[in-house]
Design a protein around this ligand. Structure first.
Ligand SMILES: [Zn+2]
Ligand SMILES: [Zn+2]
Length: 152
């Protein structure tokens, strides 16, 4: 068993805790991280990611594996189409996406993204434009910064 990570202030071993809610903002994007796992000092000093590179793992999961990005097709008129059913997506409107993010093992939590997104009328799924991903990830980083969650 690896040695427990210690608090940088009081040397108490950090304990796995789930934060009820972290919120972040970037431009039009609002995000919530719900039941986010962190290693925390019981006295409230340090908060660190659940394991080394947890933040890398779950953001890659969201970036590559979650079916949330719409693609653009067409040579002359570029248009956004649904990755599932190929229907043309509607113009962006304020919407909400409820997602599950996960890292290695059992580490998972819920992510709520609110902002301008395109809805497929055929299969009732909402998508973000791939070009919005940088701002969405800035909002997620803002949530970690506001929650004072440090690197492992
Ligand atoms: Zn402490
Ligand atoms: Zn669809």
């Amino acid at each position: 068993m690896a040695r427990a990570r210690l608090c940088s202030v009081c040397d108490t071993p950090l304990q796995l805790t789930h934060l009820h809610e972290l919120t972040g903002v970037e431009n039009a994007w609002h995000v919530q991280l719900l039941q986010f796992p962190v290693l925390a000092c019981p006295r409230g000093h340090d908060r660190r990611e659940a394991y080394a590179d947890f933040n890398v793992d779950w953001s890659e999961y969201l970036g590559y594996r979650a079916p949330i990005w719409s693609s653009r097709k067409g040579l002359l008129r570029r248009r956004h189409v649904c990755p599932r059913c190929g229907m043309q997506l509607r113009e962006p409107a304020l919407g909400q996406l409820d997602l599950e993010a996960q890292g290695r093992g059992d580490f998972r939590f819920s992510v709520v993204v609110r902002g301008p997104m395109r809805r497929c009328q055929s299969c009732a799924t909402s998508y973000l434009a791939a070009s919005d991903s940088a701002e969405v990830f800035e909002a997620l980083a803002d949530a970690l910064a506001r929650g004072r969650v440090k690197r492992y």
